[in-house]
Design a protein. Sequence first.
Length: 203
Amino acid sequence: MELKTSSIVHFSARILRKVTKAFVAGLLLVATEAAANCWNYPLDNWVLVRWSGDWTFYERYEFFLVSSTPTFNVSDSRIAVNDLGTPISVTFTAQRSETFSVSVTAGMSAKLGEFLTANVSSTIVMSQTTQVGVSTTATVPPYSRVRGDYGVTAFDVTYDVRTLKKTRLRQDFGSSTFCSDAGIQRQTINAPTYVEGWRVGPG
């Protein structure tokens, strides 16, 4: 019986795909024997980061706070000068808006936000846009000046993050799951809060 060339090629390609999957699965298993055990952690702690064909990739993040310092992010500033010998009253109005955001991967954003609100301040948000048109009044003493800054309170945060990676391979006989530990990295970010307003003082 004579087999057509196209049938042989198709059959060979199918075998090659199966062999390749099995070979890669074996490599992953060997490479991750000493890595973190996926099943030690609740499923809801894993974040789906991407998928490609029969492969699905998850990550889990463990955060450790190193330091946090309160600060103020300025989006607009005004200065009033008094050249008179008597106090004067002035009004500052915010006319410029700015967005302050924490820049991390989409998958990590929600988990980092939960960590920051629990361990640094419950007022922290991952992004905050300041308003315009907000006014405040101030008194400027004789022969002096006053500066008004509009913005949001924030925190400069340094933290360590450990990233665990879980890879799931769908195969003809079921699925295999492998884990790896990507190690710990130190990060420093500016985390805005939803608390915004004017800060007025000597200019």
